[in-house]
Design a protein around this ligand. Structure first.
Ligand SMILES: C[S@@+](CC[C@H](N)C(=O)[O-])C[C@H]1O[C@@H](n2cnc3c(N)ncnc32)[C@H](O)[C@@H]1O
Length: 392
């Protein structure tokens, strides 16, 4: 695989600086990220770190969040600059190839619809973003983020043309974001075609399909996500707990991988706040015949209400950037749970949470380069409770 820094015209011209480190060789990027992890997590002995998992150099991002600029009939899809003018990034090289190949078609469809791009300074117009997610079979989920019902109507009218021009778009939806807010989507979603995008991942013992609906979270780099779930599954198999609780389970990646690898009667339960994600996870488990259960709830509320006899032997947590926080970390610290796998996209909140669980020590840790060319990273650690005898 060619790991030399790719040449990005947008970066060279100074029109997009999102991939801050694109001109740095990937090996140096990984070294810097590893050094940062070591700095944030000084308590992890150097021998506990497994070799980092690389995330690729180009075409690794399964999702594009394209801001719409320009004017009706002549739009740009990419980002907005400091003056809120559209910068077209149709050729962005970090997006998976299928996303790049359909971007000109998307642009033509938006132009034909006559829909006006949303003008941030004037708070006028309709179309704010086009989000595109791809699976490894080049199928797509396409979501149009609009301001009002009028925008929804315009996209609806184009539906048959969109389906004709993009036959691989298995899910097409419109998201409504009426507020003038710096967020990428609103709460209301209207699905116009299909239901879920099947993200196929290669587990160690079987292929696992995660069904992704429009508003659910999914890791942005499919290869690295697969490596992360396989790593967690290997740790769990080595420990072979009778029960696993996967908190913040999303559409079920960790739970389904760890349940599929079980040889005995391992009980696996995933908990997640999004009902939609839980529906997807249940469907994936049923279709693959994987005996994992899923439940929609707040992770902390669910955990702290467990009776002693319901305690899992192993807990997986994969929270948002803020981390698991004081209450959940305190609950784990005081519980009899022997092992924890903590996967984090924020070493600072991970470090804070680890300090709140002094009885659990890091046995192994690994950096996953989920977001090449940026300063972001994913790090997973395997924690083990230290017995009183070991401490003294
Ligand atoms: C970093 S994502 C991880 C998802 C999943 N583990 C995966 O690998 O795709 C964090 C997840 O936590 C969920 N979440 C956020 N707040 C939550 C809460 N208070 N309780 C339970 N889940 C929550 C989000 O909906 C999101 O799916």
């Amino acid at each position: 695989m060619d790991l030399s820094p790719p040449h990005c015209d947008y970066f060279a011209a100074g029109v997009c600086r999102s991939c801050t480190f694109i001109e740095t060789p990937i090996s140096a990027q990984l070294e810097e990220k590893q050094a940062r992890c070591t700095e944030f997590l000084p308590g992890i002995p150097s021998e506990a770190w497994l070799p980092p998992v690389g995330g690729g150099v180009r075409a690794f991002r399964n999702r594009a969040k394209l801001a719409v600029g320009g004017e009706a009939g002549d739009v740009t899809l990419g980002i907005l600059d400091r003056e809120w003018s559209g910068v077209d990034l149709s050729e962005c090289l970090i997006h998976e190839n299928v996303i790049r190949s359909v971007t000109p078609t998307l642009k033509a469809l938006v132009n034909d619809s006559g829909i006006e791009p949303y003008l941030v300074p004037k708070r006028r117009g309709e179309l704010k973003y086009v989000h595109v997610t791809a699976n490894l079979s080049s199928e797509l989920m396409v979501r149009f983020v609009v301001r009002t019902e009028h925008g929804l109507g315009l996209i609806k009218r184009q539906l048959s043309r969109i389906r004709q021009a993009l036959p691989n778009a298995v899910v097409i939806s419109v998201n409504l974001l009426p507020e003038h807010k710096a967020v990428l989507e609103g709460e209301r979603e209207v699905t116009l075609h299909g239901e879920a995008l099947a993200m196929q991942l290669a587990g160690e013992t079987q292929k696992i399909t995660l069904h992704l609906r429009p508003q659910s979270f999914f890791q942005t780099n499919t290869q690295v996500a697969t490596a992360l779930y396989n790593q967690a599954s290997q740790w769990v198999d080595r420990i072979d707990p009778a029960s696993v609780l996967d908190l913040y389970c999303g559409v079920g990646g960790f739970a389904l991988f760890t349940a599929s690898g079980a040889t005995g009667s391992r009980r696996v339960l995933g908990v997640e706040v999004s009902e939609q994600a839980i529906r997807s996870a249940k469907r994936s488990a049923k279709e693959a015949g994987i005996p994992a259960q899923f439940f929609a709830a707040d992770a902390t509320d669910f955990a702290v209400s467990l009776a002693r006899e319901e305690m899992p032997e192993l807990v997986i947590v994969n929270p948002p950037r803020r981390g698991i926080g004081e209450e959940l970390a305190g609950w784990i610290e005081r519980s009899p749970i022997h092992h924890v796998i903590y996967s984090s996209c924020n070493p600072a909140s991970l470090a804070r949470d680890l300090e709140r669980m002094p009885s659990l020590h890091v046995k192994e840790a690994r950096l996953f380069d989920m977001f090449p060319h940026t300063g972001h990273l994913e790090v997973a650690v395997l924690l083990e409770r230290v017995s009183a005898a070991q401490v003294s």
